[in-house]
Design a protein around this ligand. Structure first.
Ligand code: PNS
Length: 177
């Protein structure tokens, strides 16, 4: 039987840290389903379709990686897609409490569900999508933090002028964290 895991997240946007976790996961699993949460209420920077397309582009030569969007309960989506194993990255102790709660809630909802935590490479341990968004929207370079297609997409969607306008509209204390 195929050994498949699901890697869920918001991926707004996918970072080099997420890519690192997927590559590590591929050493253990035959197939990884990257599950992009549809979260319009969180006001994502990129639409669900853009996030899915971008991940598809990054892994276009890797047939073991599949990308889909989902809404509703993760455990149900995982079951519908034939897996009981969730992969999540764990960067620091600060991630632990949220992850612990989520893993135990998922186990309660679906006792056969297991969550496997993987540590990203040290160089990505400080990275988060929220920080990337903040740096980008304040005009900083995100080249070292995200795959090429993400940098290109962000640049096309939010030119410098648009970023300044969004910042001004949100007020000088606006943050993306
Ligand atoms: O990248 P994120 O935002 O930390 O990912 C969070 C995600 C998508 C894994 C989590 O919000 C999730 O699984 N949402 C689906 C809803 C759900 O199943 N909730 C109950 C279990 S916590």
């Amino acid at each position: 039987m195929e050994n498949k895991a699901i890697y869920p997240g918001s991926f707004d946007p996918i970072t080099n840290g997420h890519v690192d976790i997927i590559r590590r996961g591929l050493k253990i699993f035959d197939r990884i389903l990257v599950a992009v949460l549809e979260n319009p209420k969180k006001g994502p920077l990129l639409t669900t379709k853009e996030r899915v397309d971008m991940i598809g582009k990054i892994f276009k030569d890797q047939e073991k990686v599949e990308v889909k969007s989902f809404h509703g309960l993760l455990v149900e989506f995982a079951r519908e897609n034939g897996t009981n194993t969730v992969i999540r990255g764990l960067r620091a102790i600060s991630d632990f409490e949220y992850e612990f709660q989520m893993a135990l809630m998922n186990r309660k909802l679906s006792p056969e569900m297991e969550t496997l935590y993987m540590m990203p490479s040290l160089e990505f341990s400080f990275l988060s999508s929220n920080l990337v968004k903040e740096v980008f929207m304040l005009g900083g370079s995100v080249r070292d933090f995200v795959p090429g297609p993400v940098e290109t997409k962000l640049g096309k969607k939010f030119g410098t002028k648009k970023r300044v306008q969004i910042q001004q509209k949100a007020g000088k204390n606006a943050g993306y964290l």
